[in-house]
Design a binder for this molecule. Structure first.
Ligand SMILES: Cc1ncc(C[n+]2csc(CCOP(=O)(O)OP(=O)(O)O)c2C)c(N)n1
Length: 342
């Protein structure tokens, strides 16, 4: 039975608030290095993870935070891991891209495409040791051009492995527009490898939930893999502090520091003037795409689910307060741990 709109909303809201707290910690310097978050993907993750039960596995990529939050991994353990603390989820050795939770059969990797083989491994084990259990692979559309992911899809199909391949398609792989480097049609490609394939609006949690239900039933009954192709928008760009978005949002401030190097590149040796002009054109094009993603943030999945709620505004406020408190407690616990360690 489909869960109530509130259940799915709570999951998406929790992930969003958690990632906002992580963003603050990152801005304040408590978390170093890159940080890839899942803002804009919440509906895809919530609609799929709602079907995951004990014994099912999650193979994740560099945006593994939301699935782990929605699977119920301890929030303080996650934050401590991001901070590199010894009492983090992976003793501070994994950071946000290499997260493991054996208890939840969840493993992530920063190597693009690696969630495919990992999911096949989990699914092969399930086929032999835990019949009826399923493995989910989450990845971006950039990973669809990685050989190992295609090999995984082929093997999953040949061996009828219970894998659900979930492609979260935001159209960009860092600064590469995916349609410029992708041949053919992704659905046809997956079908060509023998997987069932469905395309979805990945900002609509209910649509995702329904498609995922079919995929889980098929996998649990031995019907083999499904490819879910879900479109979404990353309103915050590729990673926190995305330079393209910084230029779009604060053009005057950002461009000031970029004019001099651009002028220098244009007037000194190297490529021909026409090649330089073409590069500049492609940068402007990328800025246009980043700006579009920024504007599309208005149709975000968490906001879209609000009108579906059957509870009163006051009840929604209570739900949100409860989640906010849970997130704040986790942040406070992580900061206490950091302070205790000096
Ligand atoms: C094998 C490999 N190649 C390149 C990278 C560098 N890299 C990190 S994220 C990324 C883009 C991935 O794009 P996509 O799969 O669409 O996911 P998105 O970041 O858009 O969610 C790349 C190329 C990597 N981590 N692994």
């Amino acid at each position: 039975m489909q869960p109530s709109a509130e259940v799915l909303y709570r999951q998406m809201y929790k992930s969003r608030r958690f990632e906002e707290a992580v963003t603050e910690l990152w801005n304040d310097g408590h978390i170093s290095a890159e940080m890839h978050l899942s803002k804009g993907e919440e509906a895809i993750v919530a609609g799929v993870v709602d079907h995951v039960t004990d014994g099912d596995a999650l193979a994740l990529e560099h945006r593994g935070t939301a699935p782990l939050v929605m699977r119920g991994v301890d929030l303080a353990l996650l934050i401590k891991e991001f901070m590199g603390l010894e009492d983090g989820l992976c003793r501070g050795m994994g950071g946000h891209m290499h997260l493991f939770s054996p208890e939840h059969l969840a493993a992530s990797s920063g190597i693009v495409g690696a969630s495919g083989p990992a999911a096949c491994g989990f699914a092969f084990a399930a086929q032999h040791l835990r019949p009826g259990k399923v493995a989910v692979a989450f990845f971006g559309e950039g990973a669809m051009n990685q050989g190992m992911l295609m090999e995984s899809m082929n093997l999953a199909s040949a061996w009828s492995l219970p894998v659900i391949f979930v492609c979260k398609d935001n159209g960009m792989a860092i600064t590469t527009p995916s349609n410029e480097v992708t041949g053919g049609d992704l659905l046809k490609r997956a079908r060509g490898l023998g997987a069932h394939a469905i395309s979805l609006d990945g900002t609509d949690v209910n649509e995702v939930w329904r498609a995922a239900r079919e995929a889980f039933v098929r996998a649990r009954e031995g019907g083999g893999p499904t490819f879910l192709h879900a479109t979404c928008v990353h309103p915050d760009g590729h990673l926190l502090g995305d330079p393209l978005l910084r230029i779009v949002r604060k053009p005057v401030r950002e461009l000031k520091s970029r004019v001099a190097p651009l002028m220098k590149a244009a007037t000194t040796g190297g490529s021909s003037l026409s090649e330089k002009a073409a590069s500049l054109g492609s940068i402007v094009d990328m800025l246009g795409r980043a700006s579009k993603a920024d504007r599309q943030g208005a149709s975000d999945p968490v906001e879209q689910q609000r009108p579906q709620l059957s509870i009163s505004d006051a009840q929604r406020a209570d739900l949100e307060r409860e989640v906010d408190a849970e997130v704040q407690d986790a942040v406070a616990a992580a900061l206490r741990s950091k302070e205790a360690r000096g």
